[in-house]
Design a protein around this ligand. Structure first.
Ligand code: BG6
Ligand code: MG
Length: 230
């Protein structure tokens, strides 16, 4: 039986394939606190999927410090955060792959479904290498070459094009509101990993990656297609 007409699955990395979202949180919190800005997990949700410099701007704005630093000082602050982040990810291993992801990737491969990573992180290629999963992906988007960041659809559209798939044949998987928005703007089916409060725009919301399976997303994909043609 044809399980699905899904041709490609495009994955976010941080918080979907591995829990690096927690390391981003720790590094931003330490930087924010050092310069006297409160930082909690609720505010951190706004930064998921957002680029390094944009994240810094949002943190400074929320601390009423947007005007306090010169462009060069802002680059130095972002570098300080990244240095801590890089130190935190230094020790990650395949054991840090989130539950269910390896089985799901193998299932996709077995069914000839193409895969890509569409991450806003410049550290994404290094993380994929450390997790020893490069061979599972047909394409890793180069965020430096993507015109507009999430929530714009660009990174998902570029990934689909590289996989030879039309967006309507693709599923995107994200843990961030900006990411789900980007997937929807690309006119793909969106799977959100996390809570409905943040990811309400997704077509399918799962509590965690352990729930990912080809069967689960294929059923949702059929419903999505039926809903679109209704
Ligand atoms: C995204 C994360 O994947 O990458 C964001 O969700 C992060 O939190 C962004 O800011 C950029 O990452 P990096 O590693 O280039 O600073
Ligand atoms: Mg993410």
């Amino acid at each position: 039986m044809e399980k699905s007409k899904i041709k490609a699955v495009v994955f976010d990395l941080d918080g979907v394939v591995t829990d690096t979202a927690e390391f981003h949180y720790i590094a931003w919190k330490n930087l924010a606190n050092r310069i006297g800005i409160d930082f909690d997990r609720t505010f951190n949700e706004n930064l998921k999927g957002i680029s390094r410099m944009e994240s810094l701007e949002l943190i400074l704005e929320q601390g009423d410090m947007a005007e306090r630093f010169s462009p060069a000082e802002k680059v130095a602050l972002a570098t300080e955060k990244n240095d801590e982040y890089v130190a935190l990810i230094n020790d990650i291993t395949p054991a840090d792959i989130l539950p269910g992801i390896l089985d799901f990737l193998q299932e996709l491969k077995d069914h000839g479904i193409k895969t890509a990573i569409a991450s806003a992180s410049k550290n994404a290629p290094a993380i994929v290498e450390k997790l020893e999963i490069r061979h599972f992906f047909d394409y890793i988007a180069d965020v430096g070459a993507i015109p507009n960041p999430k929530p714009a659809p660009d990174i998902f559209l570029v990934s689909a094009a590289h996989l030879g798939a039309h967006p309507s044949e693709c599923v995107g998987i994200e843990d961030a509101a900006a990411g789900v928005e980007a997937i929807k703007a690309a006119h793909m089916m969106a799977v959100g990993i996390g809570e409905v409060e943040q990811l309400g725009g997704a077509d399918l919301i799962l509590d965690g990656t352990a729930e990912l399976s080809l069967n689960e997303i294929s059923n949702a994909f059929l419903e999505f297609k039926n809903g679109e043609s209704a």
